[in-house]
Design a protein around this ligand. Sequence first.
Ligand code: HEC
Length: 168
Amino acid sequence: MTASNVSPSPPPSQHNNKAIAALVAGLVLLLALVGIQNAPPPSALAPAVPRIDPNLVPLVTGEEPIQELFVRAGCVVCHRIPGIAGADGKVGPPLWLGKTGAARLADPQYRGQAQTVREYIVESVVSPGTYVVPGFPADTMPVWYGRKLTAGALDKIAAYLELAMDEP
Ligand code: HEC
């Protein structure tokens, strides 16, 4: 063997190392790009408050079965309601007033007119600003339910919710 036969290029093992390094760098870049694309946009991180268009809510008469009544009125979007399928909203408090109603009336911050839990429920629906449940956002529950729910519908809602309890 003569010196002219020695190849100037690095031995094959070094070649492989470079190729692997380039491949790993490429993969890392690719993963980073995919990660960036999958990250939610900043607006999606803020809790979404559903806005219900009153024009899309039909008049609720109280003739409807209770399940349909709560769905039609849109309550299910913001509230959990025991026994009502699909009522898993988290914007407002769970509507189990059989459990929580008495404490609302006893709250020193309560300034409303209601004497009973049933009256408190009606007041909460037609005049949400009268008492804002601590820990929940004010000015969020629609203020127009008095125009969309008949007296019969309100009575049916109150009769149901005053007995509603936490599910086991
Ligand atoms: C866009 C969201 C939203 C919708 C729709 C909505 N609510 Fe509410 N509701 C809230 C929020 C938020 C609160 C808590 C703040 C407050 O007291 O106003 C609340 C509070 C209440 C309370 C008082 C609960 C308690 O624990 O003292 C009752 C009762 C109630 N809602 C009933 C209803 C009924 C019935 C409907 C449908 C006819 C309805 N809500 C639709 C958001 C909503």
